[in-house]
Design a binder for this molecule. Structure first.
Ligand code: HPA
Length: 234
């Protein structure tokens, strides 16, 4: 048991999927896992453990933003011995060729968050994915007929930025999409020597202003969750 996760150590698998939305954790448990049991309800940040392709897998909601995911991932790595963690979430495209419903796999994450500034005393750290997980996830996605974009994302603290054009600087330097958690997941995976990856579906485009509807979001979420599940048990 940890401060924010009310589970016994063996109730959480060492392979974990991390959706931001706790209701997405429930959706995966109910639709994609077998024998799923809920282990956490603290703050309604739902967590479940079930079975996928014969292996135990947990799905834990993380909430939105770096401070929130930092709490859950710290506790999963430090207190529950989680070995592999795959974030599945949404992101806003900042490149014109990346459209809504496309999948982005994050090689690395830039960030405007204060977290790594505090952690590294103002030095710049380069949070990066597990190459092994990334390669596996890419191959699984391709075999399903989908062609993910692979590159750097931006983990921002400001969904509602004061400067509506801020994303253009990141776009100019080749970043693919904006989200709010990846940099912290990758940094913690490096600290604890664990494997991590973020697989993101594009829910909106800052370039075109396009947004996905609720039904489309559910369909693309399911496809991404299946890729993540096959990857995490690989
Ligand atoms: N900005 C930040 N985070 C996001 C976005 C966005 O446009 N879309 C989905 N997550």
């Amino acid at each position: 048991m940890s401060i924010h996760i009310d589970a016994k150590t063996d109730e959480i698998a060492d392979l974990v999927l991390l959706p931001g939305d706790p209701l997405r954790a429930r959706f995966i448990a109910e639709n994609l896992l077998t024998s799923a049991a809920q282990y956490n309800t603290v703050r309604n940040m739902l967590g479940y453990t079930g079975v996928f392709n014969g292996k135990r897998v947990s799905v834990q909601g993380t909430g939105m933003g770096i401070p929130s995911i930092s709490i859950y991932v710290n506790e999963l790595f430090r207190d529950f011995g989680v070995r592999r963690a795959i974030r599945i979430g949404t992101a806003g495209s900042i490149q014109s060729d990346i459209k809504i419903r496309d999948i982005v796999m994050a090689v690395s994450a830039c960030t405007d968050s204060a977290a790594n500034g505090i952690r590294f005393g103002g030095r710049s750290y380069a949070p990066a994915a597990s190459f092994k997980l990334l390669r596996t996830a890419y191959d699984i996605a391709e075999a399903k007929g989908c062609k993910p974009f692979v590159g750097t994302v931006v983990s921002t603290d400001m969904f509602y930025s004061e400067d509506p054009d801020e994303w253009k600087l990141w776009a100019k330097f080749g970043c693919l999409a904006v989200e709010m958690e990846c940099a912290e997941l990758y940094t913690l995976a490096a600290k604890y020597r664990r494997e991590a990856l973020a697989i993101l579906t594009i829910s909106d485009s800052l370039v075109s202003g396009e947004l996905t509807g609720a039904l489309e979001r559910e369909t693309s979420f399911t496809r991404m969750a299946e890729i993540a599940l096959e990857t995490v048990v690989s």
